[in-house]
Design a protein around this ligand. Structure first.
Ligand SMILES: Cc1cc2nc3c(=O)[nH]c(=O)nc-3n(C[C@H](O)[C@H](O)[C@H](O)COP(=O)(O)OP(=O)(O)OC[C@H]3O[C@@H](n4cnc5c(N)ncnc54)[C@H](O)[C@@H]3O)c2cc1C
Length: 385
C-alpha cells in the first residue's frame, strides 16, 4: 500500500473549508489499519466479475462500520459529521483501494433523500444504499436533453395513486446493475422548461423498463440507454414533491460534486506520485519539471476548493452553481495529468493502467455536465454576467 499524502493533514484547513478535525485522526488510522488487513488486491478484469467484487467490497466495508459515516444512525449511518465521510473518501483513494460501487447513492441521492425525502422514503431507501444491497443510477440525460437538461421529454402522468412513465434516457451509468433510478421526468405537460419537472424513484425491475447497455471506448458497458414504456411508479416515490424536480436535481448535482471530486482529487494525487516516481526511475524528471510543478499546484488548489465546497455543504451554505468550479477544475487537472504522462512516457511505452486512465480522462469534461456548461453556470450564476 502506498503512503497517503502529507498535504491532507488533520487541521490543515481553515473555515469555511471542511475541517478534518484532529479527533478524526484516529478514524484515519483505523481505516488504514483495516485496509491493510483487508486489502482485496487486484480486481477481476472482466466487467461483470469486477462489478460483483466491488459490491462485495462495499458490503465488507459497511459491515466494518465505515460506510455512511455522516448519515444518521437510525438509518444505519455513523452519526458523525461530513468530515468523517471525507476521510473515508481520501483514504480509499490514497491507498488505491477499490471504489465504493454505490457512489451515485452514497454521494448524491442519499444526501438528497436526507434533505428532501419523506420519513418513509428515508427508512425505505437509505439502508440499502449503505450495504450495496440496492444499487442506484441517475436518469437525467436524454437523446435531446443533455446539456440542456430542462428539455427533458420523458413524461409521467398521474393515474390514481400511480404515475405512468413513458420515454427514454441515455448514458445512464450502472443502469444494468441498479435496483433504483432517480429519474427526472416531466409531470406537468403544460410546464415550460424548468417548471413541471419531478424526480421519481423508479424500480428498475418494474414491467416496461428496458435497459440496453452501450459500449464505451474502454470496452465496457459502463452506461446504458433505458426505455420506459407505461412504467407504473407509486406517487409516494416522488422525491421532494411533484413539480419540484429542477430544484431537487440541482441540489443533487451540488452533492455529487463534493465527495466525488474529493475522492477523484486524492486519486489523482496518487497517480501524480506514480508519475513522478516513474520519471525519476527513467532519469526524465528534468525535462518534466515545469509541467509537474504546474500539476502539483493545481492539485493543491483543487484540494482547497473541494474542501471549501464540502465545508459549505456541511454548514448548509452551498451556493447553487458554486460546485461548477470544482467540476470544471477537476476535468482540467485530470486531463492535464494524463496528457503529461502521455507526453513524457509514450516513448517508453505506457502500460494498460496509464492508457485506461488517459482514455477515461476524456469523459471527465462530459459527465455530470460538460466543461462548457460549467463555464456558462459560473459566468451566469457566480459572476452575474
Ligand atoms: C462516462 C459518462 C457517464 C455518464 N453518466 C450519466 C448518468 O449516470 N446519468 C445521466 O443522466 N447522464 C450521464 N451522462 C451524460 C452526461 O451528463 C451528458 O453527456 C452531458 O450532460 C452532455 O450532454 P450530451 O451528451 O447530450 O451533449 P450535448 O448537450 O449534445 O453537447 C454537445 C456539445 O455541445 C456543447 N454545448 C451544448 N450546449 C452548449 C451551450 N449552451 N454552450 C456551450 N456549449 C454547449 C457541449 O459542451 C458539448 O461539447 C454520462 C456521460 C458520460 C460521458
Amino acid at each position: 500500500m502506498q503512503a497517503p499524502f502529507s498535504s491532507i493533514v488533520p487541521g490543515s484547513v481553515v473555515p469555511p473549508t471542511l475541517r478534518v478535525e484532529s479527533e478524526l485522526h484516529d478514524l484515519r488510522l483505523d481505516l488504514r489499519r483495516w485496509f491493510e488487513k483487508n486489502d482485496p488486491g487486484p480486481q477481476p478484469f472482466e466487467y461483470e466479475a469486477r462489478m460483483a467484487a466491488l459490491t462485495r467490497w462495499q458490503r465488507q466495508i459497511h459491515r466494518a462500520g465505515f460506510v455512511g459515516l455522516s448519515w444518521p444512525t437510525e438509518f444505519g449511518g455513523g452519526g458523525m459529521g461530513l468530515a468523517a465521510e471525507a476521510v473515508l473518501c481520501q483514504e480509499l483513494a490514497a491507498t488505491s483501494m477499490p471504489q465504493l460501487i454505490n457512489r451515485i447513492a452514497l454521494y448524491t441521492w442519499g444526501p438528497t433523500i436526507l434533505s428532501r425525502g419523506t420519513p418513509a422514503q428515508k427508512a425505505r431507501f437509505l439502508p440499502g444504499m449503505l450495504d450495496a444491497s440496492e444499487i442506484w443510477c441517475q436518469g437525467f440525460s436524454e437523446p435531446d436533453a443533455g446539456s440542456d437538461l430542462a428539455a427533458v421529454r420523458t413524461r409521467a402522468q398521474v393515474s390514481g395513486d400511480m404515475l405512468v412513465v413513458d420515454g427514454q434516457k441515455v448514458w445512464t451509468s450502472r443502469a444494468e446493475l441498479s435496483k433504483w433510478n432517480a429519474l427526472l421526468v416531466r409531470t406537468d405537460p403544460e410546464g415550460v422548461r424548468h417548471s413541471g419537472l419531478s424526480v421519481l424513484i423508479v424500480d428498475m425491475g418494474s414491467p416496461g423498463v428496458t435497459v440496453r447497455p452501450l459500449l464505451q471506448m474502454l470496452g465496457e458497458p459502463h452506461f446504458s440507454e433505458v426505455f420506459f414504456d407505461g412504467v407504473e411508479v407509486p406517487l409516494e416515490n416522488v422525491l421532494g414533491g411533484l413539480g419540484n424536480g429542477w430544484d431537487v436535481s440541482m441540489e443533487a448535482m451540488a452533492y455529487e460534486r463534493g465527495l466525488f471530486v474529493l475522492e477523484r482529487t486524492t486519486g489523482l494525487r496518487r497517480r501524480f506520485a506514480d508519475l513522478v516516481d516513474r520519471l525519476d526511475a527513467l532519469g526524465k524528471i528534468e525535462g518534466a519539471v515545469a509541467s509537474l510543478g504546474v500539476l502539483e499546484s493545481k492539485l493543491d488548489l483543487l484540494d482547497a476548493q473541494v474542501l471549501r465546497t464540502l465545508g459549505h455543504q456541511e454548514n448548509g451554505t452551498l451556493v447553487p452553481g458554486s460546485s461548477s468550479v470544482d467540476k470544471l477544475f477537476l476535468a482540467d487537472v485530470y486531463q492535464d495529468l494524463f496528457a503529461t504522462a502521455f507526453d513524457h512516457l509514450s516513448d517508453e511505452g505506457l502500460d494498460d493502467g496509464w492508457i485506461h486512465d488517459l482514455l477515461e480522462s476524456r469523459s471527465v469534461s462530459i459527465y455530470s455536465g460538460t466543461s462548457e456548461i460549467q463555464r456558462n453556470v459560473i459566468a451566469r450564476r457566480l459572476l452575474g454576467l
